[in-house]
Write a protein that binds this ligand. Sequence first.
Ligand SMILES: [Zn+2]
Length: 184
Amino acid sequence: MRIIHECPRVVVVASLLLAGCVSLTPQQRAKVDEIQGFADRTTALYRVPGVRISIQPATNLNIGAMYRQGNIFVNVRMLDSASLTKVIAHELGHYVLGHEPAASVSSQADWQRAQEQRELDANAKAVEILMRADGMSQSDAVRIVIEALQRAQRAVDRGAPLTPGHLTPAAELADLKARFPEPR
Ligand SMILES: [Zn+2]
């Protein structure tokens, strides 16, 4: 099998990120092209500068992807995950909403509260992005996000750590359902 190497440039943004080369299978490479295309369609629609998808080595932290300063860093394990589409739409949501790291925070508790709200807002923005950039109906887009949050909650129930800055997936799910109530 041909292995293609993805070598992101060294970006010092957070101690959580590792710079290095990741070996990708052709199937994973195709996924990268697919999500980069989705990102390109999104940034064109929202008339914002493009974002670069960078594939990162797997870590033990429960972080699938992370937006930072024009880049979306994706854990290589996400490329084989059923939640990939939701995760990329969510990170694009952070970008479109202008969620750059706060210049200063007065306390850890303040940071946590602000970050939790950003995560809820990014989930809702993901629905809009899936509708606009992928042409999904609202109910299909909501379902993509709901199913990913349900998978995330099952992982937490099995002992996976909560992703830093997030409420439980179940609490995020409740917020999303409140924003997009099912038609009666
Ligand atoms: Zn997020």
